[in-house]
Design a protein around this ligand. Structure first.
Ligand SMILES: O=c1ccn([C@@H]2O[C@H](COP(=O)(O)O)[C@@H](O)[C@H]2O)c(=O)[nH]1
Length: 281
């Protein structure tokens, strides 16, 4: 297998060169309509191509949301394959947001689908769910190490419903979200410039100073834009860990399409606001 430089190192370089913004490719039915496209596979393809063309050469990360491709069945997944490949070829790192998680033996199949170099869906990183137990992710961790890819593990999600699971307190007094962060810190120990095993931590969550976010890995932070968080919130939410934050904006950028320049300008504005918020931190 061709082995890439570890994802954490590639991501750090991209963040240094382009800033940390991640733009989501979320072809909601409502956005296809707003863009004057049909809610069908041709519309899906046009939408995704347009986003890639607009921003893949200027943002560090693109995050296609698999759900909106899977909704069209195998032809939608074929568009996801092309989107991932074209975005990578255009210079962005691709985190496929599929939130996979299952018993270990099945998890190995999901890992192969997204993290094996020969897979048509090969991505730089994959979002995964640890709620079958962090250990169930081991096959994905192993393949990511082997292939130079990464994982973003759901720890403290941006949605208000997440707390009933993630804030649940374990017998050792730590809550579930903190436990996941602890596993990731162990995974990334000693890695430079940072490890490849990131956490998903919502930008919407307010002050997170009670959590140890120093996992020596990236923190994918959805919630900026449509969910109400702003770039200015990032230092308040993430404190010293903000240097490792990859803020995701999907609808906040996408609503400016289909005009390519307008999409670009919107991504540039978010990037600039993030730069300003992080200056001096
Ligand atoms: O905790 C989470 C984890 C993932 N997401 C995903 O991020 C984008 C957010 O889209 P916006 O349009 O910017 O709200 C979407 O794909 C979610 O599935 C999240 O929001 N929160």
């Amino acid at each position: 297998m061709t082995v890439l430089e570890p994802f954490g190192a590639r991501l750090r370089r991209a963040m240094d060169a382009r800033g940390p913004l991640c733009v989501g490719i979320d072809p909601h039915a409502s956005l296809l309509t707003e863009w004057g496209l049909n809610d069908d596979v041709a519309g899906l393809e046009r939408f995704s191509r347009t986003v890639v063309e607009a921003v893949a050469d200027r943002v560090a990360v693109l995050k296609p949301q698999s759900a909106f491709f899977e909704r069209f069945g195998s032809r939608g997944v074929a568009v996801l394959e092309k989107t991932v490949q074209e975005a990578r070829a255009a210079g962005a790192l691709v985190v496929t947001d599929a939130k996979r998680g299952d018993i270990g033996s099945t998890m190995a199949g999901y890992a192969e689908a997204f993290l094996h170099k020969d897979s048509p869906l090969f991505s730089d990183a994959l979002t995964v769910s640890p709620y079958l137990g962090y250990g169930s992710l081991s096959p994905a961790v192993a393949l990511a190490r082997e292939s130079g890819t990464g994982l973003f593990v759901l720890a403290l999600t941006s949605n208000p419903e997440g707390g009933e699971v993630q804030h649940a307190v374990r017998p050792d007094g730590r809550n579930v979200g903190a436990t996941i962060l602890g596993h990731l810190a162990a995974e990334n120990e000693g890695e430079e410039p940072m490890g490849s095993f990131g956490a998903v931590v919502g930008a919407t969550l307010g002050d997170l100073s009670s959590y140890d976010l120093a996992i020596n890995g990236p923190l994918l932070a959805p919630g900026v834009g449509a969910q109400g968080a702003t770039p200015a919130d990032l230092p308040k939410v993430f404190g010293a860990a903000v240097r490792n934050v990859v803020p995701n904006v999907s609808r906040g950028v996408l609503r400016h399409g289909p005009d390519i320049r307008a999409l670009r300008d919107s991504a540039d504005r978010f990037a600039q606001e993030i730069r300003a918020a992080l200056a001096g931190v």
